[in-house]
Design a protein around this ligand. Structure first.
Ligand code: SF4
Length: 163
């Protein structure tokens, strides 16, 4: 089980159900408020050698970018979803290449908004589409903290044309 050393969070996560759940779940963990999960000055100043220690923190915010990227390999679209980065440190992981020392786990609590967009795009399409929601993180690992994998599957279950 992942128990964060500290939680860095955007204040307005309190406006979202999942944000409130996480704040309650980690009520005994030290917390630091941040302006933007993308730009945490304290983290940016740390040296690369602090990588492992930075991974012990959990960052919680609101995802602001919802742009789908066309993908012609494993799916139709790579979709920004509920997390970026990861708490683990697999040596082969490409997340380190993408985020360097800031490859720590960031969670985004506006999951309803993200899922709603996927469903809308799917239902507008004349053919069946596949959306890849785990290209920026590890959803199984994230699920242990948020329950988002189950939440997503349950919400997809009653939706036509979404795989
Ligand atoms: S995203 Fe997967 S491969 Fe990468 S560090 Fe996390 S668990 Fe390992």
């Amino acid at each position: 089980m992942f128990i964060p050393k500290a939680i860095y969070y955007e204040k307005n996560i309190e406006d979202y159900e999942l944000g409130r759940v996480l704040l309650e779940k980690y009520k005994d963990i030290p917390k630091i408020t941040i302006e933007n999960h993308n730009n945490i000055e304290e983290m940016r100043k740390k040296s690369n050698s602090e990588f492992a220690d930075m991974k012990k923190n959990l960052i919680i915010g609101i995802r602001k970018t919802h742009k789908f990227t066309e993908n012609h390999k494993t799916s139709d679209f790579l979709v920004p979803y509920t997390s970026s980065g990861c708490t683990a440190m697999c040596m082969y992981c490409y997340l380190v290449c993408n985020y360097n020392k800031c490859a720590y786990l960031r969670l985004f609590v506006n999951r309803e908004q993200m899922l709603e967009k996927i469903i809308k795009v799917a239902q507008k399409s004349e053919r069946e589409l596949t959306f890849e929601i785990g290209s920026n993180s590890d959803l199984i690992l994230e699920n242990m903290i948020t329950g988002n994998l189950i939440w997503t599957i349950e919400n997809f279950a009653n939706t036509k044309k979404v795989f």
